[in-house]
Design a protein around this ligand. Sequence first.
Ligand code: GDP
Length: 428
Amino acid sequence: MPGIVLVGAQWGDEGKGKVTDYLAGRADMVVRYQGGSNAGHTVVVEDREFKLHLIPAGILHPGTSCLIGNGMVIDPQVLLQEMDDLERAGVDISMLGISPRAHLVLPYHRLQDELEEKSRGVGRLGTTQRGIGPAYLDKVARTGLRVSDLLDETALKDALSRVLAEKNRLLQNVYGASGLPPEPILDQLRVLAARIASLVKDTSLEVNKALDRGETVLFEGAQGTFLDLDHGTYPYVTSSWPVAAGACLGSGVGPTRIDRVIGVAKAYTSRVGAGPFPAELTDGLGETLRQRGQEFGTTTGRPRRCGWLDAVMLRYAVRVNGLSSLVLTKLDVLDGLPAVKICTAYRADEVITEFPPSLKVLSGCEPVYEELPGWEGDIGPSRDWAELPREAQDYVRRVEDLAGVPVAAVTVGPERSQIIQLRPELLP
Ligand code: GDP
């Protein structure tokens, strides 16, 4: 009964989409457990690029059930667009299931996100302004609308008019914006309801039944450990729980059902938006990594900040997620560099080897690097560990030592086939 969680071990954008897509080929079911359309996965299948924001990347494998768990927040417009795009590309989406407990992201959430972020001025968080934070805020405030509300139009109308009256007071009185009328929102929700009614199912029940049958279920995290609301670099975090524990919460399974947790980390580090980043490279090398790694947001197109791999972060990710292994992605991006570095500690008043909870400490510290020789040539065509240059192998081995968990696989390019398994026994 393998329940496998796949989680980002850095600040998101680790290439989880590709790894999920790869593992989904061996899974019976893929469940996404948190986040909304602020996440974006890019998967390349035979020269075709798919950008997925809400629907689990497993949808690209015919026969794999894909569930949108209760922990997610769904923007109707984005979901409808994504369903249309996939269908147009000939992808069968009949295996999609949507939790009635998932919350909805509505136009007033987007507006609220935009206005709040603007009012923060220089202290802005760098949100994607997709309304995700405000939607989670309403969930906690118990004023959110859920997928289940779509299925009863009268109740939906009542609930929306109640919530909207409150929201419009906030938009008008605090932000001086115009209020929103209910009708266009209701129209959009009617379209969504008609389109997804047959896909709404008790996803917790589905997942547990699949595990009971001995099937392989992949729990797909979005964003990453350092964007986790509790364990990330608060307040520069997302409004949900990407860490492995979030998989239980956001899909309705107990911790005893999780057998393995696979962390996905890039061979270097990137971060989008504001917040401290000790191993950041602000020089030409940072730009080289950005260009080679195409480090621009899938959802917003924003350039990502880039830096060396940070083993202090990796060890923390291993700890808070209980990682069993790592998949190291985008190793090819480091091709041809004369030397590669790994941050092994931070220097503040003293040398710090455990990721500090204090943003002040994190902002003020200097990275301590270990330098390793780089490698020549293009590793993109390699499909076997033995084909990798020795220096690349040494780099991966050193990452294992520093992180304290084995690397199960490395990826060497965006294509589905560009993956090298080091320890197949650690993968499904
Ligand atoms: P995610 O949110 O973690 O899935 O990450 P993104 O989709 O934002 O970023 C991954 C990007 O890197 C996508 O454009 C992928 O096609 C690409 N990618 C994934 N794996 C590799 C790899 O091994 N090498 C290279 N060069 N690109 C990769």
